[in-house]
Write a protein that binds this ligand. Structure first.
Ligand code: HEM
Length: 511
């Protein structure tokens, strides 16, 4: 009898909760948004993990069926997908959309508590201290590093100049890892020179594990996942990188760095105008800025916060740019006319001195190369999906999102909207010419996201990508390899990958 009463009470409590939920303002606002309701109680939860490899196709189908705003349910958790640039502009500029949804807790296992994962209050504190490290004077001081590593890349690629296909992504990853460790820690692991492909592969393996966990709600409680073999696999992948960063940070802090020469230099760079900056003498890593903090009495970051933010910058800066540069070269191999135009632009910039290092002024003139990079990021955005959590009601053009809604931003769908990019699957860098971009909505193209919590490394990324690509293209001609159809077979991980790899063929460029 007692058992029957308990069961009855349990079901009664469930029904009360259900009715409460269904009559809540939260549900009443969200039920106006169209979407696939999925199965009772679970919603679309099963879809998320049984069909992981079909996420891109599923997104396209849902958009076609329900329009530019649609909802998916994972039990009582709602996830509203925003594809309309006007809604994105409203939401991403709101302080009530600065928070990250629960799945980012998984990312915390990999990156720690940092710019990408932190709650809004801590994010504001980190952002204030870290932003100056991405200012133009500091970025200009990194140009020699970008040039030096690009030259090493050209040397290392010599083993492939026989026109046989090879995966360019591995080399780009090694190059960008060296660059980002040097520009953040002030020293690097010489991964490219020593062809330490294993380091890059283990970081990729760690990313796979994290991605697996991100899509499974039972993994969103870090304390639970920490005891699993999945977590141990991830730690094995990143341990080398964590230890290296830790070693350098501990050394810098024990140097009494906060009173050191580099701190004095950090302060000087902040006061000096771009023109008068002697960049060679004042090359400071991102870490120097973070250790020294601001000169305005703001509290400095703690050692753990410094480490986590440094790892975040290293991981954030490595994979993304590598994917874009590899895809750009693949597309340039398939579109020889576009490659010719890029090379003409480079010949015009570099004249007779075609092998010289790239300067800041050269970067300003690489207008068509930038269009190619943009068109590549439109078709293959390295971060294809990202999210926010509404911490207060957000009124969009048509719907209102209640507090607690997860906002999904499917960048890859947004970039292929025919309303903004006619014939969206076609590769056409002229879409990004100044005339053609002038009247386009700024939130229709958001590879770095937009609004208040966008990518901090955008300028760094353009500088790095232009220097590496222009150096490789001055040395090598890229031949056709594979097809656009093959490139369109995409694998959705934390970042967007091509199922068949990033294969290119190169031969020395005839002068
Ligand atoms: C083509 C290159 C890049 C692309 C497409 C890209 C894209 C993005 C995107 C979409 C976000 C927002 C992620 C989110 O909110 O979940 C982001 C954040 C971030 N990115 Fe990038 N990124 C690139 C390069 C870089 C580089 C070179 C660095 C550093 C050297 C970097 C460091 C960061 C950091 C620290 C954040 C967190 C910013 C914050 O929340 O305040 N990224 N990036």
């Amino acid at each position: 009898m007692l058992f029957q009463v308990s069961v009855l009470c349990f079901f009664l409590a469930l029904v009360i909760q259900f009715v409460k939920f269904r009559t809540s303002r939260y549900y009443q606002l969200l039920k106006k948004i169209p979407g696939d309701k999925g199965v009772p109680l679970l919603g679309n939860l099963l879809e998320a993990f049984t069909n992981v490899n079909r996420l891109v196709e599923r997104g396209i189908e849902l958009r076609q069926t329900y329009g530019s705003t649609f909802i998916e349910w994972m039990g009582t958790i709602s996830c509203v997908f925003l594809c309309d640039p006007r809604d994105l502009e409203i939401a991403l500029n709101k302080s009530s959309a600065l928070a990250k949804p629960r799945p980012y807790k998984v990312l915390e296992l990999y990156l720690g508590y940092s710019l990408i994962t932190a709650d809004p209050t801590d994010w504001k504190r980190f952002h204030k201290i870290i932003t100056p490290a991405f200012g133009l004077p500091t970025l200009k001081s990194f140009i020699p590093v970008f040039n030096e590593k690009s030259k090493i890349l050209v040397e290392v690629l010599k083993r492939h100049e026989d026109g046989q296909p090879f995966d360019m992504l591995d080399y780009m990853m090694m190059c960008t890892l060296d660059i980002v460790t040097e520009t953040s820690l002030g020293s690097n692991m010489n991964v490219l020179k020593n062809k330490r492909m294993d380091i890059v592969k283990s970081l990729q393996a760690a990313e796979d594990v994290i991605y697996y966990a991100t899509l499974r709600p039972w993994c969103w409680t870090p304390a639970l996942i920490k005891s699993t073999s999945t977590y141990k696999k991830m730690v094995n992948g990143v341990k080398g990188m964590w230890d290296y960063a830790d070693y350098i940070i501990t050394q810098k802090l024990s140097d009494g760095s906060r009173e050191s020469n580099s701190c004095r230099m950090v302060k000087t760079v902040g006061e000096i105008s771009d023109e008068s900056l002697d960049v060679e003498k004042k090359r400071l890593g991102f870490l120097d800025h973070v250790i020294c903090g601001l000169n305005d009495g703001s509290p400095l970051l703690k050692q753990d916060e410094i480490k986590d933010n440094t790892i975040t910058v290293i991981v954030g800066g490595m994979g993304t740019g590598s994917l874009v540069m590899s895809a750009s070269l693949m597309l340039l191999g398939l579109h020889r006319d576009v490659q010719e135009k890029v090379v003409k632009e480079l010949e015009h910039i570099f004249g007779d001195d075609i092998d010289r290092a790239v300067t800041y002024e050269d970067l300003m003139q690489m207008v068509y190369l930038e269009q190619v990079i943009n068109e590549t990021m439109r078709l293959y955005p390295p971060v294809p999906l990202t999210g926010r959590e509404a911490t207060d009601e957000i009124k969009l053009t048509k719907y209102t999102l209640p507090a607690g809604t997860y906002i999904a931003i499917p960048v890859s769908l947004i970039h292929r909207n025919p309303e903004y990019f006619p014939d969206p699957n076609r590769f056409d860098p002229d879409r990004f010419s100044p005339e053609n971009s002038a009247n386009r909505h700024p939130f229709s193209f958001i590879p770095f996201l937009g609004g208040r919590r966008m990518c901090i490394g955008k300028k760094y990324a353009y500088m790095q990508m232009k220097i590496i690509l222009s150096t490789v293209l001055r040395s090598y001609e890229v031949l056709p390899c594979g097809s656009r159809e093959e490139m369109e077979q995409l694998q959705f991980k934390m970042t967007l990958h091509m199922v068949n790899g990033n294969n290119v063929k190169i031969v020395p460029r005839k002068r």
